[in-house]
Structure formats: structure tokens, C-alpha cells
Design a protein around this ligand. Structure first.
Ligand code: G6P
Length: 548
């Protein structure tokens, strides 16, 4: 599948990048811009509604040439094509990776084991649309005959973060008469705070779980059902107030949800890639089927771009390569995503799972330890808030933190007069990119009459790389484009690092240990002699605090 099996850090392309990094160091962005006045326009790309400025990176044409040579040598395009063909590139689980089929037009053909999966995708989308319309119109009634006013999605990880993020992002497109809420944490406080003011007769629970075995989700769903029954008092109420989204019909039935009210997806959709599957049902109810289709079309636009655009204009490829440049050659440990949009307040949380669960790996696809850096720590919160908190470190700290700055030209219409604040928001976005890149020299500081003793403290070294992503407005399609851009970026990086981006075995150990520990917390007599000293002491302290 890959063009060669040589370890990536042993390839001539990797060595050439090392050498290039040694020679280039951290080229001063001030000089790069001075010597190429056109750089700001030359190092910019457009795809769909997105304008991507990558001119403020510590790169030259030669850097890009070498990075693209690495991608070519590692067979990124071949692996991409294998993914699009439905081959089982998730090698450790023997699965295809086909979230891209979820957003394919009706007439596409994508086969898994000789079967075209696109008709099934559209059958589920149609079923979701019919259901969403019934809920939105009030035709779907609760047990006592009232229409639904609140939809509560119960899920965690990929069955929570996507719809929660997208619901926040697309709030202006939602039917404000129906609210969506999201419950994920096994801490009972999450469910409590989300249902305490609700009328069960007007509440619909969507139990979302790919496996339908995730302990948090099943626990919360069981508690939600108990609450509903204690209020409505009749077992037959459940069918009016609970639907499921899952790949596991058997477990759904076992839980007591009629599989007629189940919305299906498939094992070739990873949890963190599932917001555009039936996992998006709460979002579809909120924004309506047409807007949801626009959302999917946004993803599809990027998929097609990724599949067909030449390397030098291929945005996900470029973003993936830039990440590798910092991660592996500049020793950057983290990557900040800083959206200048309050509606994207959950976007970085979402990307944390997408990126860190995909590429937080340290063995290759063949199971050999890597000797290069893989996925970065992804973090960030919306601007301008972060500016008054941690940007200090971005500007003057000792760490290199490459960042994405994301903004939209047009404020949402319903802001009315508040839209006047938008220029100030965007001025901040642009200013931060400027300050991070070009800094402020000691001479410039001194020239302002700053006392000499303060000059070093008030100097900004600059040369902190950023990508700026600008779009007209945050529509469903634009959100889909943004998500797909990061999905495919993550793919590119996984392909180059030679890791499997589509499994997540690293989450299993903690789950298994928690299952074993729970009974030891409750029974004072439970034997703790099998535990390590630290855990045993914590368990004892906990029991004492709980009077057990
Ligand atoms: O959808 P579920 O099967 O309930 O899984 C929910 C989440 O939990 C797992 O532990 C994985 O780490 C995630 O990738 C997944 O999205």
C-alpha cells in the first residue's frame, strides 16, 4: 500500500528535511516578507469557501518542495486512494475507513466487501430526515400527547463531541423552539443539571453509542429512563421518548428501545468521524434536514478537493505537512486552534478527539516503535478570551506553539446591533497573527521611550507561526468544510508517520481498570491486596471518607 517500507526517519526525504532545517534554522519572518513582498498572496490557497493564509510559517519554497517530496515518497496519495476505494486501511481492526461515504451524493458507488454502501447511507439519512421533520413539526408526540421541546443526546466521545460542537456552531440556524442538550459524563451531575428543569413529557432522549456498550452512556441512559418512568409512570412511555443511534441493534433492543426507532451506522465509521452519520441526529432535528445536507456537502467538497487537487494546491495535504515540519523538525509539542468565533467555542474540544485519538500513537502500522514524533497536543479556546489568559506564553514564552487562527468576515444576522462589534473581533484576529509573526524588536520598544530596564520584558521575539483560515460566514457547509479539512489533515499526518489513525486501543486500559476497581470502592471488605500501593491507599482513603 505504501510506496516503501523504509522507516520514515531513514528515508532520504526525511534526512533532506533534517539537513534543510539545520541550514534554515528559524528564518526571520520579517526578512522573508521583506525579500518577497508577494509572500502574503503567494502563500495562500482557496478551497470552497475557505481562504487559507500560510505565509506566516517558518518555511521557504525549498521547505515546501522537500515536504511534498516526503509525502510522495511515503505514498500519501496511494493510501488516500485506498481509503476512498473502501480498502481496509484500519489494519488493526480490519476495517474500511469510510466516513467520506457518509457525505457522498446519492449516485456515488463506494464498495466495502463488494457491496455499495452509499444506498444504505442515504436510506438512513432519509429515515433521519423523516423523523427530524416529525419532531420539528410537532407531529411526533410524547406519551401524554405534547410535542417535543428538548432533545437530550446521551453519548460520549465521538457520540457527543461532534453534535455538541456543531449544535453550538450552528445555533443561528436552529429552530429555537426546540433545544438540544448533551449529556456525556458518568458524573451524575451532568444528567442532573441537564434534566432538572425539564418536563419529561416534552423531552426526547437520543441514546447515541456506536457500540451501545459504553458504560457512561448506558448508565446515563438507564438513569434517564428511570427518571422518565418515575414521572410518567408507564413503561410504554419509553417508546415515545427514547430513540437510539448505534451500529449494534442487538444491544439497543436489549436496552428496551424499539429497533424501529434506531438509526443505524456502520463499523467503517470511526466514533470521532461520526458527526456526519446518524450520530448527528440531534443536530439534524435542530437545524433541519436541508441544512444538515448542506453540512454534509461541505465535507464532500473538501473530500473531493483532497482526492483530486494537485499536491501544491491541496490544502489538507499542506496543513498536514506544515504540522509535521513543526512536530518532527522544530520539536513543537503542541498545536493551538484559536477560533475567533464564539459559535466555535467547542471546536477545539472536538478537534482534540479527532486529532489526539487518531494520531496519539507510538507504534507503526506494523507494530514497531516509532522513533519520531507523532500527533501533537491540540488545545485552544476562542479568541479574544485566550488573549487575556494564556497568549502571554504564545508571545513571550520559551515554547514554539504553531497556531491556527480561524475567523469569519460576516457576523450572524440575528446579532443585530451587536454585529457592530465584529470589526473589533476580526481586528484582534489579524493583530494576533501579526504580533506572533513579526513581534516587536528591542529597538522599536526603546524608540517608544520605554525605560531601558523594561525593554527586554516588553520585547516580542515574533517568528511564531500561524495559519489563518478566513471564510465569509459560519454556515453549515463551511462548518462541514472546516471539519473535513482537519479530518484529512489528520489522515495525511498518520500516513506519513506510518501509524494507524483509525484505532484507539489506548483508551481501553483505564476502562478495564475502572471496572475492576468499582466494587473495591463500595465494599469495605473487598480485598485490595492486588492493588499497587498508591491505588490501595487512595481506595482506603476514599472508603474512609465515604464512611465505608
Ligand atoms: O459511541 P460509543 O461506542 O459509545 O463510543 C464512545 C467513545 O468511547 C470510546 O472509548 C472511544 O475512545 C471513542 O472513540 C468513542 O467515540
Amino acid at each position: 500500500m505504501m510506496s516503501d517500507r523504509v522507516r520514515v526517519d531513514q528515508t532520504e526525504q526525511w534526512r533532506a528535511l533534517r539537513q534543510h532545517h539545520r541550514e534554515l534554522g528559524e528564518p526571520p519572518l520579517r526578512e522573508l516578507f521583506a525579500s518577497d513582498p508577494d509572500r502574503g498572496r503567494r502563500y495562500a490557497l482557496e478551497v470552497g469557501d475557505l481562504y487559507i493564509d500560510y505565509s506566516r510559517h517558518l518555511i521557504t519554497d525549498e521547505t515546501l518542495r522537500l515536504l511534498h517530496a516526503l509525502a510522495e515518497a511515503r505514498g500519501v496519495a496511494e493510501l488516500r486512494d485506498a481509503m476512498f476505494r473502501g480498502e481496509k486501511i484500519n489494519v488493526t481492526e480490519g476495517r474500511a475507513v469510510l466516513h467520506l461515504a457518509l457525505r457522498s451524493p446519492r449516485d456515488t458507488r463506494i464498495e466495502v466487501d463488494g457491496e455499495n454502501v452509499v444506498p444504505a447511507v442515504h436510506a438512513v439519512l432519509d429515515k433521519m430526515a423523516a423523523f427530524a421533520e416529525r419532531v420539528r413539526s410537532g407531529e411526533w408526540k410524547g406519551f401524554t400527547g405534547k410535542p417535543i421541546r428538548t432533545v437530550v443526546n446521551i453519548g460520549i466521545g465521538g457520540s457527543d463531541l461532534g453534535p455538541k460542537m456543531a449544535y453550538e456552531a450552528l445555533k443561528p440556524f436552529t429552530d429555537r423552539s426546540i433545544q438540544a442538550r448533551f449529556v456525556s459524563n458518568v458524573d451524575g451531575a451532568d444528567l442532573h443539571e441537564n434534566i432538572r428543569d425539564l418536563d419529561p413529557a416534552e423531552t426526547l432522549f437520543i441514546v447515541s453509542s456506536k457500540t451501545f456498550t459504553t458504560v457512561e452512556t448506558i448508565t446515563n441512559a438507564t438513569s434517564a429512563r428511570r427518571w422518565l418512568l418515575s414521572e410518567l409512570g408507564d413503561e410504554s412511555a419509553v417508546a415515545h421518548h427514547f430513540v437510539a443511534v448505534s451500529t449494534n441493534a442487538e444491544q439497543v433492543a436489549k436496552f428496551g428501545i424499539d429497533t424501529a426507532n434506531m438509526f443505524e451506522f456502520w463499523d467503517w465509521v470511526g466514533g470521532r468521524y461520526s458527526v456526519d452519520s446518524a450520530i448527528g441526529l440531534s443536530l439534524m432535528i435542530a437545524i433541519g434536514p436541508e441544512r444538515f445536507r448542506e453540512f454534509l456537502d461541505g465535507f464532500h467538497l473538501i473530500d473531493e478537493h483532497f482526492r483530486t487537487a494537485p499536491p501544491e494546491r491541496n490544502v489538507p495535504l499542506l496543513l498536514g505537512l506544515l504540522g509535521i515540519w513543526y512536530d518532527d523538525f522544530h520539536d513543537a509539542q503542541t498545536h493551538a486552534v484559536l477560533p475567533y468565533s464564539h459559535y466555535l467555542s467547542r471546536f477545539t474540544d472536538y478537534l482534540q478527539q479527532l486529532d489526539m485519538e487518531s494520531n496519539g500513537k507510538s507504534v507503526t502500522r506494523e507494530g514497531e516503535p516509532v522513533s519520531w514524533e507523532t500527533g501533537p497536543i491540540v488545545w485552544g479556546t476562542p479568541g479574544t478570551n485566550g488573549q487575556h489568559a494564556y497568549y502571554q506564553l504564545l508571545h513571550q514564552g520559551t515554547k514554539l506553539v504553531p497556531a491556527d487562527l480561524i475567523g469569519f468576515a460576516r457576523p450572524v444576522e440575528e446579532l443585530g446591533e451587536l454585529a457592530d462589534q465584529h470589526d473589533l473581533l476580526i481586528a484582534n484576529l489579524f493583530a494576533q497573527g501579526q504580533a506572533l509573526a513579526f513581534g516587536k524588536t528591542a529597538e522599536e520598544v526603546a524608540a517608544e521611550g520605554i525605560p531601558a530596564a523594561q525593554v527586554p520584558h516588553r520585547t516580542f521575539p515574533g517568528n511564531r507561526p500561524t495559519t489563518t483560515i478566513l471564510a465569509d460566514s459560519l454556515t453549515p457547509s463551511v462548518l462541514g468544510q472546516l471539519i473535513a479539512l482537519y479530518e484529512q489533515k489528520v489522515f495525511v499526518q498518520g500516513a506519513i508517520w506510518d501509524i494507524n489513525s483509525y484505532d484507539q486501543w489506548g483508551v481501553e486500559l483505564g476502562k478495564a481498570l475502572a471496572k475492576r476497581l468499582e466494587p473495591q470502592l463500595t465494599a469495605a471488605t473487598a480485598d485490595t491486596s492486588d492493588l499497587d500501593g498508591s491505588t490501595a491507599a487512595l481506595v482506603e482513603r476514599y472508603r474512609a471518607l465515604r464512611g465505608r
